[in-house]
Design a binder for this molecule. Structure first.
Ligand SMILES: NC(=O)c1ccc[n+]([C@@H]2O[C@H](COP(=O)([O-])OP(=O)(O)OC[C@H]3O[C@@H](n4cnc5c(N)ncnc54)[C@H](O)[C@@H]3O)[C@@H](O)[C@H]2O)c1
Length: 271
């Protein structure tokens, strides 16, 4: 899909990968709506790159519906959606501790990351289906954000990995189901990117990830994620695919180095 002049929504646009994607879409001439729970952060990004900020909790269907309606009034219904909003609540140990607290932590992680993706996908698609078809009958494109943790989640990350695995797994069935409407669905599975989400990692963990990196031997830059998101939007043959963007990094099981570093003895629920 041509990007120039299109209405585009980026969730999680107040920070990290979403902020870089919003800026790249704005540079490419899209009318960008920056959605975030922290509307002040989204607004600050919008001031630097152009576009308009909207408050939105992706885990709340009514909040997503309200934000998309406001976007529709301002820019027209979005044909481009890049969903980046998510959290990482940290370790949720499978054994020991309070089972009720464990399930609550797991449910919160899944509600924000996976239910959030479904809310945005389904409500955005519902607005797209009312738009006129473009070339090839295309009405819109959705890019979700999974993680390489969807495929090789580390010890302690069952909740985050399951939430991202769900996003990977829904990509093909969503693309198949929405094909009748001319809506493509893809996902990017990033490796380790330098964003505020990763800034909290202790130095020794950053060093271990870097040691396992292949090439290039560094963390990804948010602009590189944005570049792939825009390439997916532009290329109509890309559909139903989860694309790793990780410089060939494969996450280690982690139990070894995290145990040695004392992390597996850390408090259980750190959200
Ligand atoms: N940074 C990495 O290394 C990495 C690796 C793999 C996957 N990811 C994924 O990439 C995406 C972006 O991550 P990031 O590193 O830019 O994170 P980030 O923490 O820098 O940004 C996430 C943004 O999402 C927003 N957000 C959180 N909960 C929300 C909600 N309920 N509703 C609306 N907005 C909400 C936050 O306010 C924040 O602005 C996430 O889906 C993350 O899981 C990141």
């Amino acid at each position: 899909m041509k990007i120039e002049g299109m209405s585009a929504v980026v969730t999680g646009a107040g920070s990290g990968l979403g902020a870089a994607t919003a800026a790249a879409l704005a540079r490419a001439g899209a009318k960008v709506a920056l959605l975030d729970l922290k509307v002040d952060a989204a607004d600050a990004v919008a001031r630097t790159c152009g576009g308009a900020a909207f408050q939105c909790d992706v885990a709340d269907p009514a909040s997503v519906a309200d934000a998309l309606a406001a976007v529709g009034e301002r820019h027209g219904a979005a044909r481009i959606v890049v969903h980046c909003a998510a959290i990482s609540i940290g370790r949720v140990p499978l054994v020991g501790g309070d089972p009720v607290a464990r399930l609550a932590a797991f449910a919160r992680q899944v509600r924000i990351n996976l239910d959030g993706a479904l809310n945005v996908l389904s409500l955005a698609a519902d607005a797209m289906r009312r738009l006129a078809p473009l070339d090839d009958g295309e009405r819109g494109v959705v890019v979700n954000t999974a993680s390489i943790a969807a495929f090789e989640g580390q010890a302690g990350s069952a909740a985050y990995s399951a939430s991202k695995g769900g996003i990977a797994a829904l990509t093909l069935p969503a693309a198949r189901e929405l094909s009748a409407l001319g809506i493509r669905v893809n996902a990017i599975a990033p490796g380790i990117f330098d964003t505020p989400m990763m800034a909290g990692l202790p130095d020794y963990v950053r060093a271990l990830y870097l040691a396992d990196s292949v090439f290039p031997k560094r963390f990804g830059a948010p602009a590189e994620f944005a570049e792939l998101a825009l390439a997916i939007v532009a290329n109509r043959m890309l559909n139903g695919e989860v694309i790793r963007l990780d410089g060939a990094l494969r996450l280690p099981a982690a139990a070894d180095f995290l145990t040695r570093a004392g992390v597996l003895a850390a408090p259980a629920f750190n959200d």
